[in-house]
Design a protein around this ligand. Structure first.
Ligand SMILES: Cc1cc2nc3c(=O)[nH]c(=O)nc-3n(C[C@H](O)[C@H](O)[C@H](O)COP(=O)(O)OP(=O)(O)OC[C@H]3O[C@@H](n4cnc5c(N)ncnc54)[C@H](O)[C@@H]3O)c2cc1C
Length: 226
């Protein structure tokens, strides 16, 4: 994928409504994925379509998700077309008329065939998913063979992906500009809190640096406005 592409990678990933907010550059897609926390993954299952929230990780041009081998959605997602969406809400846009109320956001939609990762890369990819938010993998016990057997990892190429970004104030009409109504943006941010130790901690284990470093940091860095 080109780093500066201004064209959608496919007709079905071409943003139609609000096309001025579309960004197809791979760098932007990756920045949003790296700033996000949850992917909503949609799959057609024998029971019908389902969309589930899931953790994810990114390495290069590939998005990875993991789940139990017993998870119906993960099983149905093997070697079929799936869709993963990551959304970050950056603010509530209050306009002079409800028609122009909006939200500032960064979102990415990735479409394509999910493939099973069952090679020697599986452990490395599980680490990428685990460390997507903070590098916590190395501060925990490594997974056992049984853990690995119970975990299914799917890979989804970013080749067919699009980003959409809104980062500005209310866009009102001329007829409302001299009216009595307020317009503006209420910024929204999510901050990690102070780590709370488990009640069943039996040893005086120190809080890992990777965990304590999260406290009071922005969970979705990169908000562009205000
Ligand atoms: C923030 C977050 C992160 C998660 N990360 C992961 C992950 O990385 N890997 C993973 O495998 N799972 C993850 N989950 C859980 C995931 O969303 C599903 O609940 C789980 O994978 C489905 O298990 P299942 O086999 O019971 O689902 P299914 O058998 O597919 O679902 C059966 C029914 O259960 C209900 N259901 C299932 N999940 C949810 C849900 N999340 N909320 C409400 N109703 C639900 C629905 O009605 C669904 O039709 C995450 C959930 C959240 C909220």
């Amino acid at each position: 994928m080109s780093e500066v592409s201004s064209e959608a990678p496919s007709p079905r990933t071409t943003v139609k409504r609000g096309a001025n907010r579309a960004v197809y550059a791979s760098d932007t897609v990756k920045e949003i994925l790296d700033a996000g926390v949850i992917a909503h993954v949609g799959v057609n299952t024998p029971d019908g379509p389902i969309v589930l929230p899931m953790a994810y990780g990114r390495d290069g041009d590939t998005l990875y998700i993991h789940g139990s081998v017993a998870n119906a959605m993960m099983r149905a997602g093997k070697s079929v077309d799936v869709c993963a969406t990551v959304t970050i809400v950056d603010g509530l846009v209050v306009a002079r008329t409800p028609f122009h109320n909006s939200m500032n956001y960064r979102s990415v939609v990735v479409r394509g065939e999910a493939t099973v990762v069952d090679t020697g890369d599986k452990v490395a990819i599980l680490k990428i998913i685990n460390d997507h938010i903070a590098p916590i993998w190395d501060d925990a016990r490594a997974p056992s063979e049984t853990d690995l057997k119970q975990t299914l990892v799917l890979a989804l190429s970013l080749e067919e992906s699009s980003a959409k970004v809104r980062a500005e104030g209310a866009l009102d009409e001329d007829i409302d500009m001299d009216g009595p109504h307020w317009a503006g943006v209420v910024p929204m941010s999510t901050t990690w809190g102070t780590p709370v130790p488990n009640a069943d901690l039996r040893v005086d284990a120190p809080v890992p640096d990777s965990v304590s470093a999260m406290a009071e940091t922005d969970a979705h860095p990169g908000r562009a406005y205000p």
